[in-house]
Design a protein around this ligand. Sequence first.
Ligand SMILES: [Zn+2]
Length: 453
Amino acid sequence: MRTRTFTCLTIGLIGLLSAAPVHGAGEMKVGVGKVVITPKQDMWLAGYASRTRPSEGKLHDLYAKALALEDETGARTVLVTSDLIGVPAALVNDTANRAREKFQLPRERLMVTVSHTHTGPVLQDRLQHMYGLNETQTRLLEAYSKTLPDLFLQAIASALNDLQPCRVEWGVGRAGFAVNRRQYTPGGVINGANPIGPVDHDVPVMKISRADGSIKAVVHGYACHNTTLNLQKFSGDYAGFSQVYLEAKLPGATALFVCGCGGDANPLPRGTVEHAQKYGTELAEAVLAAARQPLTDLKGPIRAAFKEVSLALSPPPPRAEVEKQLQDSNVYVQRRAQLLLKTLHEKGALPTTYPYPVQAWQFADGMQMIALGGEVVVDYSLRLKYELGRERTWVIAYANDVCAYMPSLRVLREGGYEGAESMIYYGHHGPWAPAIEENIIGAVHELARPAKK
Ligand SMILES: [Zn+2]
């Protein structure tokens, strides 16, 4: 059965509510905000279930950063980036509701993203159960998670208070360290290295310049896991180093990173701080090289759209099967069974669908940013750039909710970690239904502007 029930659809075409234009045709004002979000005390680090102790200090600070764009109609559109592993929908929705009240920011005009760093703190309700943490650690991560919406709102407020006329341009560079990690073996797909597997090496760059020509901000993206490091110190991994490098090279500028469809890509080889610095530098140099080339101007008005797609999961198992999993030899299957039984107790049934966020921002007759929730595999990026036009499309993942891996139909059929096993850690009862790819792509096409013929 195809499931295409859309639970929420909000499309905001700016200009509908506004009166006279506030700037000249196409002109934009831009503001940036930056807030340190490094936990004030050591706590459990996310990313790897095998960790045995909390963090021990930091390599560099973690940040939430905001970029606010005000177009000629006065409509404001805000991107939030963060050095975190993955924020759950509840946390983003709380932030969005408060941003609507406080700043009159419509839902479709707020995009909350994470870099997916694996050396950030564990967050509440997102992979939390995987770690089997004690009460002290649980209290710490819950208290920390509760501070995040406030920190995001602080960054947004700073950005909105910082608006000034700017030139906004974009272009695409290239960096080669992302490697497809789905290695095919006689025993199935393992998490290794697949040097001939698909990757997306584009480095989309948005350059924001003040009236005097100085650079105010650079937003850059890359489709690769932030998994260079698994040490016990807080860091933003390669994307943290890339932001530090860019801000050092461009005094007065704020660097923001968004992760692309790198669900099945790792930075390889990896494991040392030198690797993370090297990849951060490579990415930042790709950004600087792109920014030196002639770029394409981006103009307002910005059209924004957001919807939640009801994505079907595979049929839920009967209760008896879940109860049996409590005795499974795999401790993560046991922990998931406890979660599923809690859901059965509270709601009477396991979910058959998941409300999945899809968002699109379109600059006037120019580039469009497509933002997808979850750990999206590279097939989506390649397909969407093909279908919408690579020269006009920026695909962002890990946006608005990091709820699971999002396999393409190919990856779902092949199985392995991104296709099936990771659902255990995310607490879902089984894989996505085969309609996943067409449902997500279909939703993007509803919100996006078609490619130029
Ligand atoms: Zn991941």
